[in-house]
Structures are given as structure tokens and as C-alpha cells.
Design a protein around this ligand. Sequence first.
Ligand code: GLN
Length: 421
Amino acid sequence: MSDAFITETEIEGAADGPLAGRTIAVKDNISTEGVRTTCGSRMLADYVPPFDATVVERLKDAGATIVGKANMDEFGMGTTTETSYFGATENPAAPGRVPGGSSGGSAAAVAGGDADLALGSDTGGSIRCPAAFCGVVGIKPTYGLVSRFGLVAYGNSLEQIGPFAETVEDAAALLDVIAGPDERDATTREDPDEGAYVDAADGDVDGVTIGVPTELLDGAEAGVVETFWDAVGQLEDRGATYREVSLPSVEHAVEAYYVIAMSEASSNLARYDGVRYGHSVDGDGNWNEVFGRVRDEGFGPEVKRRILLGTYALSAGYHDKYYAKAQDARAWIKQDFDGVLNDVDVLASPTMPVTPFELGEGIEDPLRLYLADANTVPVNLADLPAISVPAGSTDGLPVGIQIVGPAFGERAVVRVSSALA
Ligand code: GLN
């Protein structure tokens, strides 16, 4: 079995439909009826959902065949897919290196030829980071465009399900299948500019204005920045213009993101008590002892760290100092993006400031991994759509360019990025 998968599957869809004959990998935090959905965690190693996520229903109706449940960082918490209870996934585009995370198995499945398409989830970059590291395309939709019914929650106010593919056109076609309101997810909304995303992949950037936020270049490695500017040059050659813009608030994005994401995680993960579902242990009836052992055995170190920090950030006496402050920073970041996007059509930056880490290189240094999210997390805090497409390579390692659009501006990000393919 490919190391991109936790479980191999053969879930056949309808005989016809826009995805008939296409194979797809589905991240293992997206519920599949009758097929275990582990979230990369020992806690859910034997959990078999009794229902399909809305996106899985839509895949089946569209004729896709689900060939595997893809490996991921435990509960989506990570940037390398190395926090998975089921072991690491190797990057098919960079042997010996991580595929990025947390949807590393999804990106690796597409890059390695195990599936034509894949679904991932993106709370703070988990689609765009692995797309960039594996040299494939990944889209994080506008908050509310895609139903999260059946997605196991990590940070609800931030996350979206989105597509991976080898081309922008295929990713847009998959977005067409999964997007749209769902009465079982009250956060979903109708796209006000309804229309096919796939039709926007026409490569026509003539007259498009691209803003390059200087703050998102500051911390990036030199080779990454050079590759990024080459890609911007290609867009200019096709008739786009660019200008440098400023987003002063993003210097607070990593701190704000981790406070909010960890706080939401500490609340979401309280449900794993070993009683209703998930890992359980034999106990003598002492609830505290059983609950403690279930969580001690069921969760890995990164998940425990985040539950502890998130609980602390929400606790009486510290709530205003950390959680409320992070929400203020989020509001400022959102305002900053909305302001700049009034003047330009889209924004562009390197997706990741770094190239893929070697396997084992970063996992002992959580802060280093958190800082690598500097260019992706602001977009989740601002609820905006973004895509990562291959920009080229540096030292033989893939580099991704991130294109960010206004809310429900998926067509703009698809159009601009399709000019690079
Ligand atoms: N790397 C980020 C984190 O660890 C993003 C994860 C995600 O988008 N699920 O939280």
C-alpha cells in the first residue's frame, strides 16, 4: 500500500457524472460511511462512521472512485504529516523529504500517481502547504463555500475542505462538484457569483492587477523568493501588472492563529472521552482515571500540547489576555486584506517561505514549524480563498506560489493561477 494512505478503499461512485472514471484520495478526517476515519490518531484508529460527509456524497454522485483515505497530521495539527499515529509519508517530488501537512497524504497521492485527485482540509494552510511541497495544485475555498458536515472538527472558525489536482483546471472541476450550500452545515452560503469554476481556468490575465504584500516576502528563503518572482514575471508576460502592497497586521498572524486554533481544538477535542466512541480502556469505574488514561494513550504529543495551551488561553483570567486579543488581531488582519483587495484583483506570495524539510528534521522544533505557516494562516484568519500552484523549483525542490482573492473570488484565483500552468 502507498504510504500516502492510511486505508486503501474501493468506493465506487455513480456510473456517470463529471468525475466518472477519476480516482480520488480523501483525507482521513472526512467521514466515509462504513470505512474507518482515523484523523491520523490512535484515538480514532478503529472508528467507523455511520454516515458520509456531504462532500463524499457529492463525489459519489459525480462518479468518482475513492481509492484511499489519505494520511495526515493527527487531527490536522502539523505541517509535515509526521504527527500521524500511522507514520510518515514521503514526498514523491522530493525523496527523503516531508510532503507538507497536514493533508500530506492527499498531496502525495496526487503527486505520486496513486489518485487523479484528492480532498484535503485547510485550517491554516493544510491544503496549500502540501500542494506547494509536492508540486501540485491545491485550493482553500472561501469560508462557507464548501460544506463541512462530516469533517472532524479541529478549528471550526478557520477550516474548509478543498481540492488537490495536477492541474488548475482539474482542481477547479473538483471544486465545482463539492461547492455549494448544505442544510446540514449552517455556515455554508451560496456563491453570490454562481458559475462554473472550471470555466474560469482560461489563463486570461490581460489587465489583471496583482498585489504583492512585502511582509509575505520578508521571512522567505532567497531561492523561494527568486522562483516566486519568476512566476510573477510569467504573469506579466501575459498582460498582468503587479505592484507591491503592505499588510502591516500580518506580523501578528501566526500568534493569533495559534491562539485561536488551539483554543478551538481544546474545546473540540473534549468529546474524546472513550465512552461514546474512540479509544477506550478498561477501568475500575473511576471516571477521572479512565478519562485521563484514554486521552493519555489516545492522543500524541502535538495534540496534547495544543489541548493544554488552548485550555490555558481560554481559562478565566487569561481569556482576555490571549483569546480576546487574538480575535482583535484577526479582525485587524481581515480589515487589512479587505482594504488591499479593493485596490488590486488578487494578491500573490510564496505559499511557503521554505522548501520541504527532510523527514525528521523539523518535528522536534514545533516553533520552527509554526513559523513556516506565516504566509498561509493570514488567509484563514481573513476567511478568503487561495490557491497554491507550482511556481518552479530551487535546488531541485518544488516551490509554490499562492494567489489570494476576495471573498467568493474563486474564479479570479483560478483564472490567474491557470495562466501559470
Ligand atoms: N500547520 C497548521 C497547524 O498545524 C495548519 C494545519 C491545518 O491547516 N490543518 O495548525
